[in-house]
Design a protein around this ligand. Structure first.
Ligand SMILES: Cc1cc2nc3c(=O)[nH]c(=O)nc-3n(C[C@H](O)[C@H](O)[C@H](O)COP(=O)(O)OP(=O)(O)OC[C@H]3O[C@@H](n4cnc5c(N)ncnc54)[C@H](O)[C@@H]3O)c2cc1C
Length: 382
């Protein structure tokens, strides 16, 4: 064993692992991060919509000011294709500076990497973790380069990609793929985001810079076909699918695809091993909840580690408190995204009308709308 037993080990320096390590370091808790990718790897092409609550956390970590390519969302327009019912949310109405913020995943990853370096957090890049072993007094992990490390707590933030990922407690295959790219529309976006439900899957347009970041979900084969269309055909297909609210679409960037499924490990935490972020729950991107939820996992876990006595870090009582504290928020995020992905992705007339009534009720009842919007921004505690 070659790690001091006081040091918490974090597996994965993706956004959730990095936030957890930074929050621990800020509270003087010793931490080391192991990341499979080399230090100069760039994050992938996805765009993230961060809720206002996520901004507050990144602010406190000193990361927010490092982000330069951020577009605030002032309004959100939610509708369903071919049926009645529209919900309009506005930041002014809710008394917040913005409903959310749109930024590239790669930019957030870079800013977090810089912040970790400046905070003096030990990050070992190009070190993949192979096996993680639970234990009563210490957890152990084996790296692919042949070392074994022990720690009072191992935080798994590997995005659910590690080899030792336990079988999910609950999973769903939406049989959908997200097509992601940026698009330029004829009319400027005026910081308005759109979430439009269609029988084949939701389509989101998020204001980003002068353009929109598009997340178009469709059944696997359709999505691959759509992504491969030449630009002019792709833009015409998007216009046909989304409708003419923003005028015609004029330009599209390179298309990337992400297959979508829900995996939920059941928030298990025992034997000094805890899973957070996508390693604990991978959600459908509808309503942009995944990273926001993972960020709150990281923040709450770091707070519990820092608040307790150093000897209690990672013990059974601390982990039980973590699981208890996160249950409602996590189940809420899993439930809402799963509900939206399933209930809106079909064309049954009875459901179409019920959805329309639901959207109209939300629009007509400001207190209910505020209740829902606050939970989207801040999690289950609103
Ligand atoms: C198309 C799309 C759009 C999305 N939009 C939004 C949105 O608008 N808002 C939102 O909140 N969320 C969104 N999400 C979800 C969001 O991207 C994820 O929730 C978030 O990236 C999870 O972060 P993470 O750090 O847990 O995992 P990851 O980002 O997957 O990072 C995991 C890290 O662990 C490392 N790793 C993996 N295996 C090992 C190993 N064995 N050893 C060491 N390191 C390892 C990886 O290299 C990586 O750096 C979207 C997802 C998709 C697919």
């Amino acid at each position: 064993m070659d790690a001091g037993l006081s040091e918490i080990l974090v597996v994965g320096a993706g956004p959730v692992g990095a936030v957890c390590a930074l929050a621990l370091a800020q509270q003087d808790v010793a931490v080391r991060v192991l990341e499979a990718q080399p230090a100069d790897a760039r994050g992938d092409a996805r765009t993230l919509a961060l809720a206002h609550g996520a901004r507050l956390i990144l602010d406190r970590l000193g990361v927010w000011d490092r982000l330069t390519d951020v577009t605030p969302i002032a309004h959100i327009h939610i509708s369903q294709r071919g049926a009645l019912g529209v919900v309009r949310l506005s930041a002014d109405e809710l008394g917040v500076p913005a409903l959310g913020y749109v930024l590239p995943y790669a930019q957030l990853a870079e800013a977090l990497k810089d912040a970790l370096r400046e905070a003096g957090v030990a990050v070992e890049y190009a070190v993949a973790v192979d096996r993680i072993g639970a234990g009563a007094d210490a957890a152990t992990l084996a790296t692919r380069d042949g070392r074994t490390l022990a720690a009072p707590l191992v935080v798994v933030a590997d995005g659910g990609r590690g080899e030792g990922t336990p079988p999910p407690w609950f999973e769903a295959d939406y049989k959908q793929t997200a097509v992601v790219c940026d698009v330029l529309s004829e009319q400027p976006h005026a910081n308005r985001a759109y979430e439009r439900f269609t029988p084949t899957g939701p389509v989101a347009l998020l204001p980003r810079g002068e353009r929109y970041a598009l997340v178009w979900t469709a059944p696997h084969a359709d999505a691959e076909r759509i992504a491969a269309l030449p630009d002019a055909d792709f833009l015409a297909a998007l216009y046909e699918h989304f409708g003419g609210r923003r005028g015609r679409f004029l330009e599209a960037g390179v298309r990337r695809t992400f297959p979508l499924r829900l995996t939920y490990t059941g928030s298990t935490a025992a034997g000094r091993v805890v899973r957070i972020g996508n390693a604990a729950q991978t959600l459908h991107p509808v309503a942009g909840q995944g990273f926001n939820l993972g960020l709150r996992d990281a923040w709450e876990l770091a707070a519990l580690c820092a608040d307790g006595a150093p000897g209690a870090r990672g013990d059974a009582a601390m982990l039980a408190a973590y699981v208890r504290g996160r249950r409602v928020d996590v189940l809420g995020g899993v439930g809402v995204t799963d509900f939206l992905a399933r209930v809106f992705a079909n064309d049954l007339a009875v459901l179409r009308h019920a959805r329309g009534l639901g959207l109209m009720a939300l629009e007509a009842l400001p207190p209910l709308k505020t209740f829902v919007a606050r939970r989207m921004m801040f999690g289950a505690r609103g």
